[in-house]
Design a protein around this ligand. Sequence first.
Ligand SMILES: *Cc1c(COP(=O)(O)O)cnc(C)c1O
Length: 445
Amino acid sequence: MKLYSTKNKAFVVNLERAIMEGLPPDNGLYMSKIKPLPLTFWEKFEENSFQENSFQIAKHLFEGSISDEKLAEITYDAINFPAPNYLLNDEIATLELFHGPSLAFKDFGARFMSRIMQYYNGDNNQELIILVATSGDTGGAVAFGFHHVPGFSVVILYPKGKVSELQEKQLTTLGGNVHALEINGTFDDCQALVKEAFLDKDLNTQLRLSSANSINIARLIPQSFYYFESYRQISKNIRKTKDITYVVPSGNFGNITAGLMAKKLGLPIYHFIAATNVNKVVPDYLSTGEYEAKPAVRTLSNAMDVGNPSNFPRILDLFESNSKECSTWNNVKNEITGIAVDDTQTENALKEVYQNYNYIIDPHAAVGYYALKKYMESHANTYGIILETAHSSKFKPDVERILRRTINVPERLAILANKEKVSIEMEVNYEHFKNQLLSKFLIKK
Ligand SMILES: *Cc1c(COP(=O)(O)O)cnc(C)c1O
């Protein structure tokens, strides 16, 4: 597989470098031209398992970069939980992406990436230390993704008192090769510490550091797998008669980029809805043609509080125009409708789904539900599938307040609640952070 930088298409690297490096040196994003899947894929599509179809897609994209046998092993191991459609009525479904270990869709990306990185890391005898700053879901998925993966340690930095109780448990109770640093500051402070570590030449000569950034192409690719799995579950009659539309609650726009890639691979998706909260840089771009990054505003759907979506350049790259008649903006608008939803509308949507269907969605999917209903007012032939990006219990206090009832926490999350939190508390001080890393990992070298 060949990948180029979105900032310079002449800069081309192989899959190993794109994955191990994460970002190109010019600060663009790694991207690849996507060719449609061969007919032989579709001949077996309906009868194949989720895992087998995922392997076939990875194989097509990777073009022999990893042997079939190894890639099958990695894919089957990473994609080891289901992605079921849940039908709300005969024209609306959710795609439940929360059946993985951290109960969010990010598990697909984190598990696949960790195993590919393990493969490329080989039996290098110095461990690779993954540094990750998190405000919630990313840290949990990365911690589970790399937990017990040989050759790797994970150091998670999170802002003290600013992540939910259950999210904190996911970061601090795994133990083993997962280490949590509780920073007396904000998420931005955590991110700044991680950035400084990567730029510190002295530190990097002593330790092998890597990031598990959400812009890594190895996190994006497996997110296209579940669009195929969801489509496979739609009845033939609906496929024939309705406009199949995916509604993607979006923050950094990785999930929707993966959907657009699935369509380029040949999955017959009719349209996409990018559902955002009031952080609506992309919906504004879609209506005006101007892209203007803004500071993020805090909302109920906080995993989507993003003012400058990091995957946006990939969307422009996918729909880059070479003609005068139809601009890139026109191309993107034809594929995606952007709809922004405020917190009051989000709460009302969450209540409506509960009252009408006795089904509890999380605040992010509630944004999606509201956007879909709005869209359907003028698009009557729509069959809408909302990506349910996390389990409602991850946002327990808000969901319980909105629905005025207690909600259940799945067993695998509830178990963590009784485990003891282990973390190292730290001020926002780079020297302390660096010393912590050296004292923890240098001895083991
Ligand atoms: C990360 C996340 C999102 C946003 O996904 P992007 O790929 O960044 O657009 C939405 N919902 C939940 C629950 C998330 O954790």
